[in-house]
Design a binder for this molecule. Sequence first.
Ligand code: ATP
Length: 367
Amino acid sequence: MPSIRLLHIEKSYSRSAPKAVEDLNLEIEDGDFLCLLGPSGCGKTTTLRMLAGLEDPTAGDIQIGDRMIVSVSGGICVPAEKRGLGLVFQSYALWPHMTVRENVEFGLKLHNMPRDERHAVADEVMSKLAIVQYADRYPNQLSGGQQQRVALARMLALKPDIILLDEPLSNLDAKLRLEMRAELKRIHREFGATIVFVTHDQWEAMTLASKIAVMSAGELQQLGTPDDIYQRPANRFVAEFVGSLPINVIALSGAEKATPLQAWMASVLVELGSPVNVECVGFRPEALKLSHCDAAASSQDLPDRLGTIIDILPTGGNWIIELSVDGEQIFAITGSAPDFASGDTIRLGLQARDLHLFDADGTRIND
Ligand code: ATP
């Protein structure tokens, strides 16, 4: 199966507006489940539509395997229907006058596949997606989630090597979304296709993707495994965008006199022997270790700090802890019920491996 290469891709919708996509270089390997992740308007859908052939880039090349499908300077643009891609968009537009089976077989019929063969392929795909029992129903007799699965089945019946999905789960309720995520992962395993999936939901991306491409304002910020993106964010934007709870970020400059948090971070950096150009330090809420203030700190720990518990917010299985360090707010999270109460003074500890150091441009500077 082919890999996909986007080279210096750019898209401007108008001269007056900023570029929707700017100098995007992205390589998607065979069998990847790649999530394009970023806030609304960052250029995810535009990127997917350019790959699909529904939008023309204003500059750059796109290659699938060894085939050039777009070269703006070379005047090449292979039409959408000749790119061998399967597409499912947020609005999954099933044919309302066709039954589920007819919808699933539609593309195969266009490819002149004989009737019996068509039936066999549709049966196989419908049973994989657990919709075979609805084969004779019309789309308006199905729930949103069932319709979504029909749209996926219609696309999968064509056995595309590359599947493009634009927020295909956004119309589903939370439980169905979860079920469909598991189903998509299974489809990815069973069909072995390369999937490019657009989402603005970082949790969705973390649970589904083998690779995540984080975008912001038309530009690629980082391409990596979910673990890379979470544990080693390439810059401050990625660190702050990814994570179900916001990362704690302490800017080291900005106050006339160092605040208590700044002073703590400065002492941590001295202990670490960190580069002088650290502009801010980030640590995730789960990295903050809380202990009673009379507990002894381990000799390997970085300098610690006392803080006060402001509030404890149970979230069903986890506890978010709002803390104050001399009036400055930070957050911790624990997976077991804390034996602290609001107003308690506690010791806050960090480990070197949990710190993310960024320079003035927001670029990561530690390994
Ligand atoms: P969302 O998550 O909200 O769907 P996105 O990351 O997919 O956003 P795009 O839809 O690719 O972002 O849009 C990128 C930028 O291009 C936005 O500023 C958007 O307003 C602009 N844009 C998108 N489509 C068009 C269009 N057809 N004409 C003009 N501008 C457009």
